[in-house]
Each structure stands twice: as structure tokens, then as C-alpha cells.
Design a protein around this ligand. Structure first.
Ligand code: KIV
Length: 271
């Protein structure tokens, strides 16, 4: 495995070339300037301003409540920090399902007001027309199949999707529809690894997995989950790279203790 030159700006074409060359794509979520700057400088390929902001930033139980204005606020904060990664922004629930004209106008607002590079939509055949209309306006689109959290009330649970043959067949067909409609990549969330590998092999565009095994073209995780900020969420697919909940709590407790003990500020920390 080799890695693209770290200074090369990532475009949708670079991602497709990475798939051709067999280089795995790294993707992570971010929602604000400070984290996005660290992540971009770490060399990540794609930053997703996910509607998971609804959960990890705003504390909602689902991704449904977040608004287009809120997504634009998060996205523009991220874009100001990024110089290398491709920035993809989720179209939030209710801003594209109505019809393809509504979808286009939501995508245009994201691109114009945040400066992001692409948008992501959840769904298969039902969003085909919207995907085509957005792409015809020159806006790159990433698809999202498998567990699609905006449809949580239809599924009822966050369990693994497409375990049954019919749903797996439908997912393969949807991935072809999204590719033929012009999507530059597709996220596959929480589906069997064997199915995800089969889809990645059949499609020419990159398939980025979350809970979809190692046979795909890249991986994405939610920042707060992989840093261990969020303690409540621990699905099997999540690898925690830190325990920032513990680190941050420990630091704040030490700060409180120093204030109470009149140890902070000391002589050197004042004017
Ligand atoms: O909103 C999000 O963070 C996502 C990822 C889970 C892929 O869509």
C-alpha cells in the first residue's frame, strides 16, 4: 500500500484514482474549525460534515432535527480550517426528499454559503432524480446506502441492514443506480462485510464503509466516537483511538481543584 503525496489537494477524481491504485481512503466527520484544522493537518482524505452533528453536537436522539442553516454553520466553520481534504456535507432530513428541485436548491445553498466541495444524500432509486439534477448543476454527490439514519423511524432499529437476500439484492441495484446517476462515491453503513466487498468489487466508484468490513475502498468514523468523547455509543465496528472523555474530565477536575485551593493563578500567571 502507498499513500498519496500529503500536500496534494484531494478532489473527487483523486479519490477515484486512489480506488484504481488500491489505496484505501480515510474519512472522518468534523463539525467545527478547531477539530477540522487538526484533522486536515493530520492528512485525512475526506472530512464529512455529517448530520451526526445533530447527535454529537446538539444532543438530539436522531439526525432528523438538524436544519439546513445549522448544517451550513457547521460546514462553513470546517471549510475555513481545511486546505487539503475534500469536504462533503450531508443534506439534512427534509431538505431533499420532497422533489429534485428542492434537493438542488438545498445543495446550492450548502455549496454557496459554506464553500464545501460536495454533498451527501441518503437513499437509492428514490433519490435518483435528485442526484442527477444536483450533479447537472456541477455539484458532486456522495451516496449513502445500508443503514440510513434519516430513515430510522421506518427501520425501527439501528441493527445491521441487508442481511436478507432481497434487501441485499436491492442494495446492489441501488449502488448501480447511484453510480450510473453520477455519484463519485458511496458510503455503506452497517451491512455484512461480504456484501460490502461484493459491491465495492462491482462498482468503479469508491465505496466507503462504516461497519461494512475491510473489503471496501475506505473507512469513515464519527470523530466523537473514535476519540472516545462519546461514551454511550459502542457498536462492534467502532475502534476507539482515545478516551478523551476521561482526559477532558480529568483536566477540568484538576482545574476546578486548583481554583478552589487558590493555587490557580499563581504569581507567574498574573500581571
Ligand atoms: O452523519 C454522519 O456522520 C454519517 C456517517 C455515519 C457516515 O453519515
Amino acid at each position: 500500500m502507498h499513500q498519496s503525496k500529503s500536500l496534494k489537494k484531494i478532489t473527487t477524481h483523486v479519490l477515484q484514482e486512489m480506488k484504481r491504485q488500491g489505496e484505501k481512503i480515510s474519512m472522518i466527520t468534523a463539525y467545527d474549525y478547531s477539530f477540522a484544522k487538526i484533522i486536515d493537518e493530520s492528512g485525512i482524505d475526506v472530512i464529512l460534515v455529517g448530520d451526526s452533528a445533530s447527535n454529537v453536537m446538539a444532543g438530539h436522539k436522531t439526525t432528523l432535527p438538524i436544519t439546513l442553516n445549522e448544517m451550513i454553520y457547521h460546514a462553513s466553520s470546517v471549510v475555513r480550517a481545511v486546505s487539503r481534504a475534500l469536504v462533503v456535507v450531508d443534506l439534512p432530513f427534509g431538505t431533499y426528499q420532497g422533489n429534485s428541485f428542492e434537493a438542488l436548491s438545498s445543495a446550492i445553498r450548502i455549496m454557496k454559503e459554506s464553500g464545501a466541495h460536495a454533498v451527501k444524500l441518503e437513499g437509492g432509486i428514490e433519490i435518483k432524480e435528485s442526484v442527477e439534477r444536483i450533479i447537472s448543476a456541477g455539484i458532486p454527490v456522495m451516496g449513502h446506502l445500508g443503514l440510513t439514519p434519516q430513515a430510522i423511524y421506518k427501520f425501527g432499529t439501528y441493527v445491521v441492514r441487508a442481511k436478507e437476500e432481497m434487501e441485499a439484492k436491492r442494495l446492489i441495484e441501488d449502488s448501480k443506480i447511484l453510480e450510473d446517476s453520477g455519484c463519485f462515491a458511496i458510503v455503506l453503513e452497517k451491512i455484512p462485510a461480504k456484501l460490502a466487498a461484493e459491491v465495492a468489487k462491482e462498482r468503479n466508484i469508491p465505496l466507503i464503509g462504516i461497519g461494512a468490513g475491510s473489503g471496501v475502498d475506505g473507512q469513515v468514523l464519527v470523530l466523537h466516537d473514535m476519540l472516545g468523547i462519546n461514551q454511550e455509543f459502542s457498536p462492534r465496528f467502532l475502534r476507539r483511538y482515545n478516551n478523551l472523555y476521561k482526559e477532558i474530565k480529568g483536566s477540568v477536575e484538576a482545574y476546578i481543584k486548583d481554583i478552589k485551593a487558590q493555587d490557580f493563578p499563581n504569581e507567574k500567571e498574573q500581571y
